[in-house]
Design a protein. Structure first.
Length: 305
C-alpha cells in the first residue's frame, strides 16, 4: 500500500515543519492535523488480532526502540550541552531516572516527541481488545462506549497536565483509531470533497484553535479535531491518486519512525546556528540517512525499527 507510506511521508514532514516554525500560520496549519493523521492511519490499518500476542508484540516492538533512542539522546545530551557551556538536561542523578521513566509530559527539549509512541501503543492495545469483542466498528455498542471516552478525552485535558508516557492523550487517540477504522469501511464518495474541504480549510487557516495533543488540548470541542480528521482524509485521497508518482515521499514515510525520534534533537541543538529552511532539511535528511544505515543490518533493524 504505497499510498500509506506517502501519507506517512507527508505527515512526518508536517511534524518536522511544525517543530521548526514554532509560531505563526505555518505552525498553526501543521498542528491542525499532523498528529491525528498518524492515529487515523493506524486505525485504518487495524484488524482484530489475538489480544495477548498483539499486546506482547506491541510492547516489545515499540518500547525497545523507544528505550534505545531515548538512551542515545540522553547520552548525546551529556556530551553536547557541556560543549556549549551548559548543563545537560538530566544532570541530577539518580533522581532524574524517575523523570525519564515517567516520560510523556516530563520529557521536554530534544525528547519532547517521545510521548507519541507509548500513547499510540497503549491506544492500539486497547482498541484491538475492543475489536476482538466487536469486530464491526459500526456495531451500536461502539457508540455506547465512545461517547464516555470522548467526554473523558476532553475532560482529562481540562483536569490535569500530568501525562506519564503520554497516556493523557490515549482516550482521544482511541477515538481517532475508531474513526480511521470506520473510514476503511466507508471509503471515498465524490460528494465528500465539499464538506471535508470546508472543514479542512477552516482548520488549516487557523479559524479553529489548533491542537496540542501531547497536552490533551483539542481546541474547540469536535470542530478542531473534526478539521484534523477532514484534512487527513483529504490527504489520504490525494495520496491514493499520486502514490505511483510520489516515490520520494513514500521513501521518507518508511523512515518516519526514525525521523520522529530524532528530528527534535537536531532542531533543539542547531536552531541557534541555522536558518529555518536549513533546519527543516537537516532534521529530515539526517535521521533519514541514519534509518537507511540501520536497515543495512537485520539485527539493528529488529532492535531500532
Amino acid at each position: 500500500m504505497d499510498w500509506v507510506d506517502v501519507a506517512r511521508g507527508i505527515g512526518i514532514i508536517a511534524v518536522v515543519t511544525g517543530h521548526v516554525w514554532t509560531r505563526g500560520p505555518v505552525r498553526d496549519a501543521m498542528y491542525s492535523f499532523h498528529m491525528p493523521l498518524f492515529f487515523l492511519l493506524s486505525g485504518l490499518l487495524s484488524r482484530p488480532q489475538p489480544v495477548g500476542r498483539f499486546t506482547m508484540r506491541q510492547i516489545v516492538g515499540q518500547m525497545r526502540p523507544y528505550a534505545l533512542f531515548l538512551l542515545f539522546l540522553i547520552l548525546a545530551d551529556q556530551i553536547i550541552e557541556p560543549l556549549k557551556g551548559n548543563r545537560p538536561i538530566f544532570h541530577q542523578w539518580p533522581q532524574d531516572i524517575g523523570v525519564i521513566l515517567l516520560g510523556g509530559g516530563w520529557l521536554r527539549g530534544p525528547y519532547t516527541i517521545f510521548w507519541f509512541v507509548p500513547c499510540l501503543m497503549v491506544a492500539r492495545i486497547a482498541f484491538n481488545a475492543m475489536l476482538q469483542l466487536w469486530p464491526d466498528p459500526f456495531d451500536r455498542r461502539w457508540a455506547l462506549m465512545l461517547l464516555p471516552v470522548l467526554l473523558l478525552a476532553y475532560g482529562l485535558g481540562q483536569w490535569t497536565q500530568a501525562s506519564p508516557l503520554g497516556l493523557l492523550t490515549v482516550p482521544m487517540a482511541f477515538i481517532l483509531l475508531w474513526v480511521g477504522s470506520i473510514w476503511s469501511h466507508i471509503g471515498w464518495r465524490p460528494w465528500m470533497v465539499l464538506p471535508l474541504g470546508l472543514l479542512a480549510a477552516a482548520g488549516l487557516a487557523g479559524r479553529f484553535p489548533t491542537l496540542n495533543m501531547k497536552a490533551a488540548d483539542y481546541g474547540w470541542p469536535l470542530l478542531s479535531i473534526g478539521a484534523a480528521i477532514a484534512t487527513s482524509l483529504l490527504l489520504f485521497r490525494l495520496c491514493a491518486h499520486v502514490a505511483s508518482a510520489a516515490g520520494p515521499l513514500a521513501t521518507i514515510g518508511r523512515a518516519s519512525l526514525t525521523i520522529m525520534y530524532l528530528h527534535v534533537a537536531i532542531i533543539h541543538y542547531l536552531s541557534p546556528y541555522l536558518g529555518k529552511g536549513a533546519l527543516l532539511v537537516l532534521a529530515l535528511l539526517a535521521p533519514f540517512a541514519l534509518d537507511r544505515l540501520v536497515r543495512l543490518s537485520p539485527r539493528a533493524t529488529r532492535w531500532l525499527l
